[in-house]
Ligand binder design. Structure first.
Ligand SMILES: [Zn+2]
Ligand SMILES: [Zn+2]
Length: 127
């Protein structure tokens, strides 16, 4: 397992590297993640903002404020969800990265499912 993890969006326009391993890995079952990802849940891990290096595609990266102070960033060309972050508060220096965008293998030490009370009734994954 590399210390540097590479990632990209579906179309490849946006490419990035993580300079440290994602922490606080969580599979989020909230309705916003379901809608945003078009999936039963979204899997994210967080790195300090300074450890997210955008390699290409800054012009393709666009964002949506899903809540006040919360920015969800995605590729304007393919729609792939990539990052979300807060503009204020104790986690403002961190960015959460959609683990599905990683191209290198990453196995977190621990992980959790959150907002399971809103989990999709059509998803057969047992928790
Ligand atoms: Zn793309
Ligand atoms: Zn969520």
């Amino acid at each position: 397992m590399n210390d540097v993890l590479a990632g990209s969006c579906l179309c490849g326009a946006v490419g990035f590297e993580l300079l440290s391993l994602p922490k606080a890995v969580a599979h989020c079952h909230c309705r916003q993640c379901q809608k945003g990802h078009g999936a039963a849940f979204a899997s994210y891990g967080s790195v300090p903002r300074s450890d997210l290096r955008l390699l290409r595609g800054l012009e393709s990266l666009t964002g949506y404020a899903s809540s006040p102070g919360v920015l969800r960033q995605f590729c304007a060309a393919c729609g792939a969800s990539l990052f979300w972050s807060r503009s204020a508060g104790e986690h403002a220096d961190w960015v959460s990265v959609a683990l599905s965008a990683l191209d290198d293998a990453f196995v977190p030490g621990k992980q959790q499912h959150i907002y399971v009370e809103s989990r999709a009734p059509w998803c057969g994954v047992g928790l």
